[in-house]
Write a new protein. Structure first.
Length: 77
């Protein structure tokens, strides 16, 4: 498994959801903001402790997580 240096999961922070290390900003929140049309620069402006690299790492983390997901289809009768 790939290790991400700026993403961590801790059961005592945001219920264990993956966050940018040292923050309470979840990977999910970053992806939702991007999906609403915010740019990485705008997200960093809203969360000054973050860097553009954190946004890119969150995207890569999510993509790698989905790449390992198994999909099962139900057969129709």
């Amino acid at each position: 498994m790939i290790r991400y240096k700026n993403i961590e999961s801790n059961p005592n922070v945001m219920f264990g959801k993956p966050v940018i290390k040292g923050t309470r900003v979840t990977v999910e929140l970053i992806l939702r903001k991007l999906s609403l049309g915010l740019t990485p620069e705008e997200i960093v402006e809203e969360h000054p402790t973050m860097k553009i690299q954190d946004i890119l790492e969150a995207q890569a983390y999510a993509a790698d997580l989905l790449a390992g997901e198994e999909i099962f289809f139900a057969r129709s009768a």
